[in-house]
Design a protein around this ligand. Structure first.
Ligand SMILES: Nc1ncnc2c1ncn2[C@@H]1O[C@H](COP(=O)(O)OP(=O)(O)OP(=O)(O)O)[C@@H](O)[C@H]1O
Ligand SMILES: [Mg+2]
Length: 395
């Protein structure tokens, strides 16, 4: 028997009880903090410092936020979870210099590739010599907040441009009517074989384009509220897409969920939306290709719509395998007059956006250069029952 063990054996029972109580208290307090961290809806992590940093502690929220298992998070270099290494380098450099970072907006990448906007706070934990031992982080997911802020900004911008466009369109219409009338009068006053007739006819043709543009502007501007009907949206969209692809070598791959919910839609407006989107897809594939159109009942939770609205939507995706859209252009494509095409007016998608908004829906885009583009439309369901109209063909 060693001296130590002898001593232990001699511990007074009361002293032993006291020690046990203190240990129990410590354990309970540790459990409380552990519980707090494990149940927080915020990512809490500790990582080793430097360019080859790795997570050594992560709470369950962090696991669900990034979609990787805890083991995978521990195994991988932290930089893997950043959308770009430049960002990760900058964060580390700032923490090294200043000791901490507060509420910095950064972008991480979920396992499935989708970006997550994070409000990041990090702090260096140093030893007595000032050497960084760990970096402790707090990560708050602000993706939904950011999206709805951007949505509000986009709406406000479109609303003010809409008011302006409405005013211009109204005046423009009056000018067009007067020009049209006067050209007709001029044509009546000269013989049919007069050399000026062809110039007057050319002017009339250009004016037809002007009138078309005015009509588009008026749809985009305030007013033009949709006259909604309960239509067989699947058949309607398929027909509209086929019509816009006629004469091209593009194949339409169409599918629609069987028990698709019913929606209310303005025929002429939704036809404009499909026409604009399909024409864009067609123009992005000048050598031909395929367009996929898919209609499904939307899963609010999966589609991140729960925070925006509690209603049910049908989801329409239109995908092409065309040129794709460069990242810097993606945020501008719904702006009126934004175009990269030589003869484009840049009104197509802003009109689509405005029409879908007026239907109480959402329109979004995702695209990759060289791979293609997907436009996603959500339209609110008026009933979760299937349309039973035998006069319309089912698809
Ligand atoms: N499917 C697509 N593939 C590639 N680029 C696209 C696609 N859809 C839209 N774009 C880009 O978005 C821009 C704006 O599209 P939008 O339909 O609003 O105007 P436009 O096609 O240029 O002109 P128009 O008024 O004649 O439709 C296009 O110029 C193009 O750069
Ligand atoms: Mg277009």
């Amino acid at each position: 028997m060693t001296e130590n063990t002898d001593k232990k054996d001699l511990t007074h029972p009361l002293e032993f009880l006291e020690k046990k109580q203190i240990l129990d208290k410590l354990k309970k307090s540790e459990e409380r903090y552990q519980n707090l961290i494990e149940n927080l809806d915020t990512g809490i992590t500790r990582s080793t410092p430097g360019p080859d940093g790795r997570y050594i502690e992560v709470n369950p929220y962090m696991v669900s936020l990034l979609g990787y298992s805890k083991e995978d998070l521990f195994k991988s270099n932290i930089f893997k979870f950043h959308t770009n290494t430049g960002q990760a380098d900058a964060i580390y450099a700032e923490i090294k210099n200043k000791g901490s970072i507060q509420d910095k907006e950064i972008s991480l990448k979920h396992k499935n590739g989708s970006p997550i906007v994070i409000s990041y706070t990090g702090r260096a934990v140093k030893d007595t010599n000032g050497k960084i031992l760990y970096i402790d982080d707090i990560l708050v997911d602000i993706t939904l907040k950011k999206t709805s802020e951007e949505e509000i900004q986009k709406n406000e911008k479109l609303e003010s441009i809409g008011a302006l466009a409405g005013g211009i369109a109204h005046n423009f219409n009056n000018i067009m009517t007067s020009l049209f009338g006067n050209i007709s009068l001029a044509k009546m006053k000269i013989p049919r074989n007069h050399a000026a007739v062809q110039h007057l006819e050319k002017s009339e043709e250009s004016m037809q384009d002007g009138i078309k543009l005015t009509r588009q502007l008026l749809t985009f501007a305030k007013g033009g509220d949709p006259i909604k009907e309960n239509i067989n949206i699947a058949a309607f969209i398929k027909d509209a897409a086929m019509f816009n692809l006629s004469g091209s070598s593009i194949k339409l791959n169409f599918s629609s969920q069987k028990d698709l919910w019913q929606i209310g839609a303005d025929r002429s407006q939704i036809s404009q939306v499909i026409s604009n989107i399909v024409m864009n897809a067609r123009q992005s594939m000048p050598a031909g290709g395929q367009i996929d159109i898919r209609l499904t009942n939307s899963d609010l939770l999966k589609d991140n719509l729960l925070t925006i609205s509690k209603s049910n939507y049908i989801k329409i995706t239109i995908t092409d395998k065309g040129s794709g859209i460069r990242k810097k252009n993606l945020e501008k494509i719904f702006d009126p007059y934004f175009t990269t095409r030589e003869n484009g007016s840049g009104m197509g998608l802003s009109i689509c956006y405005s029409i879908i908004k007026k239907h109480g829906g959402y329109l979004s885009v995702s695209s990759q250069v060289g791979t293609g583009t997907t436009l996603t439309i959500y339209l609110p369901a008026i009933s979760t029952q299937t349309l039973k109209d035998k006069t319309l063909k089912t698809i």
